[in-house]
Design a protein around this ligand. Sequence first.
Ligand code: GDD
Ligand code: MN
Length: 374
Amino acid sequence: MTLRLGVVLPTYNERGNLRTMVERLDKALTGIGWEVIVVDDNSPDGTADEARSLAQEDSRVRVIQRIGRRGLSSAAIEGMCATAAPVVAVMDADHQHDPALLPGMLAAIESGDYDLAYASRFAEGASTEAWGRPDRVKASNLANRIANKVTGVELTDPMSGFFMLPTRILRADAHRLSGVGFKILLDILATVDAPLRIKEFPLNFAARADGESKLDRTVVFEFLVGLYDKWLGRWIPTRFALFGTIGGLGVVVHMAVLAVVLNLFGAKFLVSHYPKEVAFIAGQTTAALVAMTFNFVLNNELTYADKRLRGFGPLIAGWARFALTCAFGLLANIGAATALVRLGFHPYPAALVGIVLGSVWNFALSSKFVWGKY
Ligand code: GDD
Ligand code: MN
């Protein structure tokens, strides 16, 4: 049978869903030449092993196991680029997307009348009842409204994770996709220049079969990050922008803690009178430690959400590495600023140069030594 359709299933901890998913694909796609590409980010539950054992039984199943990487979008892109089929679909592996829609979507694309077919949770005739997540429906609605404004394409569900298109369209622009976050369809819509003829399929969005959602915590945040990446990311890289913003918040935290400590030392109930210097040293040290910890936690949660350190041991080790990195960053900062002042620069611009230099240093080193192996 000629290969007509590639189905990409990005997975993270979906071991329990894979076998039944392949069975459902087989049923839905009778008479159609298809293959499925499981793109797994080295899930701890052994999803990739499960996919490989399925592949030994059925060679239409293929596996890409990515090491040291995370991200729904980039996984989807790599999967889509890995098929030789003329048409490719992306869908969730957790049974929230109904494979029965695939033949209709394929017919739409193969007819040549449409460049993109996608399943919408919010179209006429669709439903999100079974999902059981009114909070997510609300978040999606908000994101959708912004997305429609930004892309200029009016879709009822631009955040959908279930869509299909000719592979040549994808390949033509794959190098320009952002690949950050989870909004891969939105990314394609915003990137492909040619106006796409789009067909919408109402979807009864089901509840997840096995396991839990990976997108819950950060859907809206990820969405905003994705927008930033698309529009400004090429001038100031997204991660650096996040890192810098959090650093700026860190300065505010630092000043607040410093003020608290200085006030404590000035307080009447402290009988002995410490010299001002002692108070300042104590305050500055406490403030720096608190601000640095604050930065570490926020960067771990947001900037490096995809590589988040978890568990007591890794967190402590990460914190220590971050502290070390920042200490050197501070030296670089002070060293450069002092050198400039000696050269006759005004102190404030010199300080600014020091700060920027220190930040770049902190960013570069911590992305390597705290959050990255690769
Ligand atoms: N390879 C890889 N890497 N796969 C991932 C990752 C990752 O970092 N994160 C999630 N996935 C896989 C999941 O295993 C699942 O098959 C699919 O991507 C969707 O992830 P879910 O965790 O099930 O997302 P959801 O159901 O909460 O989110 C739904 O709504 C989003 C829009 O609000 C999905 O339909 C998404 O596709 C959709 O974008
Ligand atoms: Mn899901």
